[in-house]
Design a protein around this ligand. Structure first.
Ligand SMILES: [Zn+2]
Ligand SMILES: [Zn+2]
Ligand SMILES: [Zn+2]
Length: 756
């Protein structure tokens, strides 16, 4: 049996299964996974094989079962063979961190259980994994549980094949395991408040730190909580004063905070939870799920200012379960960091960076080895769509159909960076590293690569990278003394979508995003590619426009309005700079050309008066989408854009913006204009795909790039393409944004290897 079959209770499961069927023989771990020899009546052996896959333990992922006849040993019973701790064990897979299982929850709430109320309860079926593993083989001494010596009772369970905690590496109990502590940050010391009384009572050993922490949250305080993959900042989600204080201290202006609700019922009071969303919320990975917020939901406005969506997750550690039960209301739970820095995960660093944000720290003494953010998901047509693939999913590999002839390192993009190491059929896409623009994130990137190389025993023979010479990930790749494979950004997007769907192309690839370096040195981002895994041809794109001020135009959407429509009335809001910016665009001074669809959305948002400057990536487009969403579907027509034939063809997207201005002048309501603009973009994608089909004779379209996080656009685009008879591929397992780029780069490098 190959796959995730070690450290997940697989051998005890095989033991119990064989014994129940009256079979004799043995089961053990080996280089590739788990092997078993069974002996008994043919009908029982057949049943054994059937149930092996059907009833496997919850964390197991069986990828392959191979069988062969062996000489009978005539043994009298079924036994678990000692494992071979050789270096070959590296080839088996480390599981992702997993939400507390039902059995552990039952014990957690059972006053008669010895782990009653213990915030670190876990077993073979649940608990920390990837975040605590320092090295392989996955064994307690090589995890951050090493300093905790198992007590006799825990050790007895650990060694008993019939026990749920047999070989559960992080197993522990109140006697021998990690402990919680509540610490004052010093931020508000001297204030005569609920804080001080709660803290002083926490200092008294008789008080539970968890109850005291809950008391602080109920008093509107901000709490730093050490979680599974890093520190979170928590506040009462219903208390505007608390959430606003958190926002101000964290220097985060508008970007929404996630909320943790105690269970599905509590989540459904805040947002609309359909069956697909419920399945995601309660899945073992427990990601944040972006959901339509209920009107009148008891959530402080500062949680997600002006946002119609709410990111909700359910408790995934025993500590969360206990805390949520004690607070008895939903809490904001957001990354423990200042502004755009990576989430804090080391104790000293967290105490330092978060002391001006948190009133108190709820901490414990189990170290976090790998910083891992919460994953973020949404659903589309009942299917999960990963927006950020991290805790709970990583490091489980994406299994590809085509495989990797050489071991590959793919360095990813600049924003929302992930890297990818690949060998055999497996692509190990890393946890979310973040935006590679500060030293701390760069360190996560380089250390992460080293860690993955050790964990999965990969020694890359080729390095894939973006073509952008200024990306830190590109510079890292170029400094390695290894063969290089440059992969164009939008080709990587489409290749990623193909790999996500287990396909190889060729397809019509529509890659719409913010920015990506083109092969002609301009900035691309509204691309129609004829692509397979090995290569692509640029069949068409949005007509390029200047980006006045370069990166400044990304932060200030009004500049794109100036570039697209120099005589628009947005000028009135920027009287001092407007003419200079227009001149910059006209003369092409510090104004690189771009065919970016993201910048087109920015211009539309500025022209509609939605947003002139952004506080987080994609904000203008998000707000434009939400404005259009206030409309009931089917009300709006679509603006249209002229196509300039040629190879490549170009689409005059500025037509959409002139239509926006015309409708505005005519007094058409803003939501209706926003909707017509969205449908106009979907219509121009449809038109582009029809031209591509005519030229290349392809009937499948792959949609990728961050712009397709816009569900309004995605729904309309997919519907239009399907109505035209296209087969449409979209992302599910990896993000359509730049978090998916590393997978795309890896499969492109492999495809070029195969075509050599
Ligand atoms: Zn468990
Ligand atoms: Zn113990
Ligand atoms: Zn991109």
């Amino acid at each position: 049996m190959e796959g995730v079959v070690q450290g997940v209770g697989f051998r005890p499961f095989v033991h119990a299964l064989a014994t129940s069927l009256g079979l004799t023989g043995l089961v053990g771990n080996d280089l590739d996974g788990v092997f078993a020899e069974v002996e008994g009546p043919a009908v029982a052996v057949t049943e054994f094989l059937r149930r092996l896959e059907r009833d496997a333990p919850p964390l197991a992922r069986i990828e392959r079962v191979s069988t062969a006849a062996v000489t009978p040993r005539r043994s009298a019973e079924f036994v678990i063979a000692a494992s071979d701790a050789g270096s070959g064990l590296r080839r088996t897979l480390v599981s992702a961190d997993t939400a507390t299982c039902a059995d552990c929850l039952r014990e957690l709430s059972d006053p008669a259980d010895r782990r009653h109320g213990y915030p670190f309860i876990n077993c073979t079926n649940c608990g920390p994994r990837f975040t605590i593993v320092r090295d392989v083989p996955y064994d307690r001494p090589l995890t951050t549980m090493a300093p905790f010596r198992m007590c006799e009772r825990c050790a007895a369970e650990y060694h008993d094949p019939a026990d749920r905690r047999f070989h559960a590496q992080p197993t522990c109990c109140p006697v021998c395991g990690p402990r919680l502590t509540l610490l004052n940050s010093g931020l508000n010391s001297g204030l005569n408040s609920g804080l001080n009384s709660a803290l002083s009572s926490a200092a008294d050993d008789s008080t539970d730190p968890l109850q005291a922490a809950a008391e602080l949250l109920r008093h509107g305080r901000v709490l730093a909580v050490k979680g599974l993959g890093g520190y979170h900042l928590a506040a009462d989600a219903g208390c505007e004063q608390a959430v606003a204080a958190l926002r101000a201290r964290k220097h985060r202006e508008d970007k929404p905070f996630a909320v943790m609700a105690a269970g599905l019922a509590a989540a459904a009071r805040l947002a609309e939870v359909d069956a697909a969303a419920a399945a995601l919320l309660t899945s073992q990975a427990r990601p944040v799920v972006l959901l339509p917020r209920r009107s009148g939901a008891a959530v402080a406005p500062a949680t997600a200012p002006g946002n119609r969506q709410l990111g909700i997750m359910l408790p995934y550690t025993p500590l969360h379960h206990l805390l949520l039960a004690a607070v008895a209301r939903p809490i904001v739970l957001t990354s423990g960091n200042v502004s755009d820095e990576p989430i804090a995960y080391r104790d000293d660093e967290a105490r330092e960076t978060l002391r001006d944000i948190a009133d108190a720290f709820l901490v414990h003494d189990r170290a976090i080895h790998v910083r891992t953010d919460d994953s973020v998901t949404r659903t589309f047509r009942g299917r999960p769509m990963l927006v950020r693939r991290s805790r709970g999913y990583v490091p489980e590999p994406i299994t590809t159909t085509t495989g990797f002839p050489r071991q590959v390192l793919a360095c990813g993009a600049e924003l929302k960076n992930t890297f990818c190491l690949a060998r055999g059929r497996h692509a190990f896409v890393s946890h979310h590293i973040g935006d590679l623009e500060n030293a701390e994130t760069l360190r996560s990137f380089t250390e992460g690569i080293e860690h993955f190389r050790r964990l999965f025993d990969i020694d890359p023979q080729v390095v894939a990278h973006d073509l952008h010479p200024e990306y830190l990930s590109t510079k890292y790749a170029l400094e390695l003394d290894l063969p290089l494979e440059g992969v164009q950004h939008h080709h990587a997007h489409i290749a990623s979508c193909l790999a996500d769907n287990g396909e190889t192309g060729p397809v019509i690839g529509v890659a719409f995003d913010g920015t990506g370096y083109g092969t002609d040195g301009t900035i691309w981002g509204g691309e129609f590619l004829m692509a397979d895994l090995a290569g692509f041809e640029r069949g068409g794109h949005l007509a390029p426009v200047p980006m006045p001020g370069g990166a400044a135009a990304i932060r200030q959407p009004w500049r794109m309005a100036a570039a697209y429509v120099p005589d628009s009335d947005v000028a009135r809001r920027h009287p001092d700079q407007w003419s200079a910016v227009v001149a910059m665009a006209a003369k092409g001074i510090n104004a690189p050309l771009t065919s970016s669809a993201g910048r087109l959305f920015d211009a539309a948002a500025a022209l509609l008066g939605v947003r002139d400057a952004i506080n987080y990536e994609g904000q203008a487009a998000v707000e434009l989408e939400q404005l259009a969403e206030t409309l009931s579907p089917g009300e709006a027509g679509a603006y249209s854009a002229a196509v300039q034939a040629g190879v490549p063809f170009t689409i005059r997207a500025s037509d959409l913006l002139h239509a926006v201005i015309e409708d505005r002048t005519d007094g058409v309501p803003a939501p209706l204009i926003a909707a017509r603009f969205h449908r106009g973009v979907a219509a121009l994608i449809e038109a582009g795909c029809l031209l591509m089909r005519e030229r290349y004779g392809l009937g499948t379209v792959a949609l990728s790039g961050g712009v397709f996080q816009n569900l309004l656009l995605l729904h309309d685009t997919v519907a239009r393409l399907e109505a035209r008879g296209f087969r449409v591929l979209i992302h599910s397992r990896v993000p359509c944004n730049d978090g998916g780029i590393s997978l795309g780069q890896a499969v492109v490098a492999a495809a070029r290897d195969r075509s050599l």
